[in-house]
Design a protein around this ligand. Structure first.
Ligand SMILES: Cc1cc2nc3c(=O)[nH]c(=O)nc-3n(C[C@H](O)[C@H](O)[C@H](O)COP(=O)(O)OP(=O)(O)OC[C@H]3O[C@@H](n4cnc5c(N)ncnc54)[C@H](O)[C@@H]3O)c2cc1C
Length: 273
């Protein structure tokens, strides 16, 4: 991609998720014109709600990135030398490009496991001790499927490795539980943090703060006095704190008044009492 960016001009990135946007930003910084194509109306829809997604889109557009949202790729069009020259969208439009980057998610490579006779679905199915259906074979990482879920970030994999190692060494009986996933986008100037269930359901409550002048948006989803998830845009200082409160299943009744304004506000309030 770095080499192409020196000699080619128009890049299309398929997939407006974490990696797609990081790739798009890198290509943009190297002087390419970049259009991101995403099949959902909200960028990073697995980590952001529509408000935060729009803030992100506005900030990236201001950097020069272009977007085609809620559309799908229909065809890749090549020239007589078999080099890409355009893509066609499912609405019929054709967009010229000379580099296409696909960042549309991962799929566990389970071929070896299947050949070995291990039970697989989308990934190699493991139990809470990371043991496969063959008791002498354990599996951790992006290749596994645990309680229906597959993985694409390192944090849960470290935890899997720890639990698995404990069992192999016959230390303890801990079972693997998927931690709430936290996400940060590595694009300079963009402050974004998302953790846990940030959409909520009929039984949850939402605390929300928005300042369009400062470009700050905060949303915390609460159920039974415990934080389920959070989305922060523009000011992510308290992301780690919210994540800790989620992991500790902390009762936030006492913190509720200052919760949206973060740890400093809470400390200030406790000093003034
Ligand atoms: C561009 C990119 C950016 C990313 N950024 C982030 C990020 O910012 N934060 C984050 O948390 N995650 C990120 N990820 C995801 C993270 O890299 C993966 O979740 C993690 O690497 C998966 O670890 P793993 O050990 O399961 O698999 P891998 O890291 O893929 O390691 C598997 C290894 O097994 C080897 N292998 C495969 N088959 C065989 C075989 N038959 N025999 C022997 N060896 C074999 C492979 O060569 C490879 O070395 C990123 C991924 C990509 C692609």
């Amino acid at each position: 991609m770095l080499k192409y960016s020196e000699t080619h001009r128009h890049a299309i990135v398929l997939g407006g998720g974490l990696l797609g946007l990081e790739a798009a930003n890198g290509l943009l910084q190297r002087g390419m014109s970049v259009t991101v194509i995403h099949n959902h109306a909200v960028l990073m829809n697995r980590q952001l709600d529509s408000v935060a997604g729009q803030l992100l889109q506005d900030q990236l557009r201001a950097k020069g990135m272009a977007f085609e949202l809620a559309v799908r790729l229909q065809a890749i069009l090549g020239n007589s030398e078999q080099h890409i020259e355009a893509i066609q969208l499912d609405d019929g439009r054709v967009l010229a490009c000379d580099l296409l980057v696909c960042a549309i998610g991962i799929q566990p490579n389970i071929q070896l496991a299947k050949q070995a006779g291990l039970y697989c679905e989308r990934g190699i199915v493991v139990n809470d001790t990371l043991q496969t259906y063959d008791p002498s074979i354990y599996a951790v990482g992006e290749c596994i499927q645990h309680r229906g879920q597959t993985f694409g970030l390192v944090a849960p994999l470290y935890e899997q490795a720890k639990i698995c190692a404990n069992h192999l060494a016959a230390h303890g009986m801990a079972g693997y539980v998927t931690p709430p996933m936290a996400t940060q986008l590595k694009v300079t100037g963009i402050q974004l943090f998302s953790v846990g269930d940030f959409m909520g359901d009929a039984d949850s409550e939402t605390l929300q703060f928005s300042d369009s002048f400062l470009g700050v948006y905060k949303k915390i989803v609460i159920k039974n006095h415990k934080i389920q998830g959070a989305v922060l845009y523009g000011d992510t200082h308290d992301g780690r704190w919210y994540q800790d409160l989620i992991e500790q299943e902390h009762d936030i009744s006492e913190l509720r008044e200052q919760l949206l304004f973060g740890q400093p506000a809470m400390k200030a309030a406790s000093l003034s009492h």
